[in-house]
Design a binder for this molecule. Sequence first.
Ligand code: GDP
Length: 459
Amino acid sequence: MHPREQTIFALSSGRPPSAIAIVRLSGPLAGTVMASLAGKKLVPRMAARVLLHDANLLPIDDAVVLWFPGPASATGEDVAEFHVHGGRAVLAALFSAFSTFENVRAAEPGEFTRRAFENGKLDLTEAEGLDDLIRADTDRQRRQALRHLKGMLGDRVRDWRAQIIEAAALIEAGIDFSDEGDVPSELIGPALARIRVLLSEIQEVLAAQGKSERLREGLVVTIAGPPNVGKSTLMNQLARREVAIVSPHAGTTRDVIEVQLDLDGYPVTVIDTAGIRDTEDPVEQEGVRRARARAAEADLVLWLVDAEQESLREGAAPVWVVRNKIDLYAGKSHKAGSAIDLAAAAQCGVSSGRGGDEADFGISARRGDGIAELIEALVGFAQEYFGSGEGGLIGRERQRKLLQETALSLDRSISVVGKGEELAAEELRMAVHSLGRLLGRIDVENILEVIFRDFCIGK
Ligand code: GDP
């Protein structure tokens, strides 16, 4: 039997042990397996408490089970859901009972969602939204993912695609007429007008987008500066704050290289370049390699200096000068931020959220003075970077690229129509193709491999 026709199972809830574990079974044998384990047939969509047995009638667990006959199920196939006690041995016994059935096997990552997609339960933008929702750490990530899962991009794309197909049909009808002379302008005119409207709608979505696809990965801020200015101390200070949502990825037990902060719903990763050092440990090396690569692409650099030092640094990313150890110089006034740093920040459209000559920061990483203000300014930076609007329709680079391709094809169709309607019609077909890829109607195999491979097992 082809693997795609086999019945698959997986743990869909979190890592055991847990109070309850949810195991799903999807495919043609789901009903048979469930009835066999439960010892009776179940009423669709009604929770039932049963004592599950294996083939030798030995008890597995006291469970709550649900039966969702396809196609009205999450995957579109027959689905059985087992709510068992979340112990490892319980799960092992349940999985081994499943495996005694031929053509029942453990699911691959993302395989449930893939089947849902293949059965038309979701389009690709919705499947991507589902994956993002599961991975969302912050509230804004959650809201954006939910918009995708609810099909907000997919619905727009389907509407655009239908309209382009209609416009193309008008132009092609015109071409058919053209044996009898010029293509009737009463067909081409309305088609072109419609394409112009569509083009401006798509361009609006692209422009209004800000950088919201970066919400998935978050902003990267690095802490850099000369040795001994207190970079690691600042990092530890940040990691200790309540805002640190994810346990710091420690490169070693000594140093925190990266912490992830939830700044008003925006995910921000702070990297301590002092923590990046050469090491023999292969696991640590991988962490260091990743931190280096990410630091190189920082969206913002916090350039730490000793409060008494004069220090400038120029780079691609905006730079904020942070003067540390102000506790040592209490009473003395520290110097204002340099013009170059401010200009660099301004060039990148960044404002620290603080006014004029106050634009650098004075902190004591050791005592915690000024840290709240620094965090507040980082929130302002994130707000400005992502744009405050809720309107982000595009969640991934893949989606943005395909929309850009669509806009280009539409634009070309307008400009080539004078040279021949066939050329315009061909461009419109390309636009339809790009939108089809966005929804996952075309090139399905290739895209699916890439997208679903990153899914969790059990999804
Ligand atoms: P790094 O090399 O930039 O990571 O610097 P560290 O964080 O290791 O700090 C170097 C030294 O400066 C340590 O002894 C810290 O305790 C000290 N230090 C860091 N921040 C402060 C501060 O705000 N005030 C004072 N007085 N000392 C600090």
